[in-house]
Design a protein around this ligand. Structure first.
Ligand SMILES: Nc1ncnc2c1ncn2[C@@H]1O[C@H](COP(=O)(O)OP(=O)(O)OP(=O)(O)O)[C@@H](O)[C@H]1O
Ligand SMILES: [Mg+2]
Length: 396
């Protein structure tokens, strides 16, 4: 849909600076694009998105939506022609579409970064080649290769088989209990190239968000502590209540990866904390990340505002935490159980706020929104979102 608007932008700024009044394009119009667009709008930017779904969550926030596949190069070029800068909210953008957009406007992050991260095997090999810590893994292309790989890296334990491309929220993954599950897991997943990972004994999962602007200024958020349920992020809290030393190690690792890959915009680094306290990189995402939704409540600068600042080459905002905050995801399962969840009851919990993405169709495991809460401590903030979610689940 396209709305009428007055001519955009007026006075030009320095070369890479995109001043408010100009137009930001976002490849992808899901919840991450929606919340980035909300931050952009509050700065006075115009926003356009491209998304395959005409009913995408960003649609009410933006000036116009192009409805086209994320691999459509001519649609991406069309978007970029009307924009002063283009960013992304999802990794699954076709590289040809990224390059076509880049002919008309700066695209941050660029196709080179996306090429590395959107393929799990390439991403892991990139990390290993630069000495960043990752768990034992093998790239496999057949059931037979999978069985051999499982015998090598997880002869008597579990392993995770992940499609090299296209997975999210634990989709495109299978857990092997032992190498004997190889054939069944391979057939079930049906991908051409996969990565097999040894199941790591996790003490905790954390993530680090890094923002970089074209002049190379960098901002590294404090780590978030993340709790997954059925391989989908359940709740997340900022700052992670972990020892200072681990916080510093995680921030340093995140910063080094962002600098090494030379990303402009955001880079989220998901990390595993092993039982012995060592850090391992799980995966990279060069965009806003579910585990930093709490930055809207906790930090001086939210990840969405920071994304806008970084891609528009504005000074990065402070990443300081003003008050601990947590989020809990709301999945489609809730709506399938109760078509009208009782948000009125949940909102009675102190310091709780709701964030809904206006998705029309609830599906099991589909992220429809989240609850956030602040608290005097990270533990109190988590307690509040979990209590508020329990009220929704109970429909009291
Ligand atoms: N090798 C592993 N060892 C232990 N746990 C794992 C391993 N790989 C994945 N997991 C668990 O499954 C979760 C999802 O895995 P991963 O991050 O690879 O999937 P994803 O589909 O990309 O998820 P998302 O898009 O939500 O980040 C991890 O956060 C972790 O809880
Ligand atoms: Mg993940």
């Amino acid at each position: 849909m396209t709305f009428e608007r007055s001519p955009r932008g007026d006075k030009p700024g320095p070369a890479s600076v995109i001043l408010p009044g100009k137009t930001i394009g976002i490849l992808g119009g899901g919840q991450l694009g929606r919340m980035t667009a909300m931050a952009a709008r509050s700065f006075g930017y115009r926003v356009q998105v491209l998304d395959p779904d005409a009913a995408c969550p960003a649609r009410f926030i933006v000036d116009s939506c192009i409805t086209a596949p994320l691999t459509d190069a001519s649609a991406a070029a069309e978007l970029a022609k009307n924009c002063d800068v283009v960013t992304i909210e999802i990794e699954k953008i076709g590289l040809a579409a990224m390059r076509a957009a880049a002919e008309h406007a700066p695209v941050h992050p660029d196709a080179r970064v996306l090429e590395i991260v959107q393929h799990r095997a390439r991403q892991k090999e990139w990390l290993v080649a630069r000495g960043f810590p990752v768990g034992p893994f093998r790239v496999v292309r057949s059931a037979e290769e999978l069985r051999k790989a499982a015998e090598e890296i997880a002869p008597s334990g579990e392993s995770y088989l992940k499609a090299a491309e296209g997975g999210y929220d634990g989709r495109g993954q299978e857990v092997l209990k032992s190498p004997a599950d190889a054939e069944q897991a391979w057939n079930y997943l049906g991908a051409e190239v996969c990565v097999l990972e040894q199941a790591i004994e996790l003490e905790q999962e954390i993530s680090v968000m890094v923002a970089r602007r074209p002049g190379r200024e960098v901002a590294v958020y404090p780590p978030a502590l993340n709790h997954h349920k059925d391989r989908i992020l359940d709740w997340s809290v900022l700052p992670a209540p972990i020892p200072d030393k681990l916080t510093e190690q995680a921030r340093d690792l995140g910063k080094r990866i962002a600098e090494s890959i030379n990303v402009i915009g955001l880079l989220a680094i998901e990390m595993f904390v092993q039982k012995d306290g060592h850090l391992m990189v799980n995966e990279l995402a060069p965009r806003p990340h579910n585990s930093y939704h709490a930055s809207e409540r906790a930090c001086v600068t939210s990840q969405f505002e920071q994304c806008v600042r970084a891609v528009c080459d504005l000074p990065l905002g402070s990443v300081d935490v003003l008050r601990p905050a947590a989020i809990v995801n709301l999945l489609g399962d809730l709506w399938l159980k109760y078509p009208q969840p009782r948000f009125d009851l949940a909102l009675a919990t102190p310091e709780v706020r709701i964030h809904l993405y206006e998705k029309e169709v609830p599906k099991p495991g589909r992220k429809m929104g989240h609850l956030s809460a602040t608290g005097a401590t990270p533990q109190e903030a988590v307690g509040r979102v979990i209590a508020a979610k329990a009220i929704l689940d109970a429909d009291m």
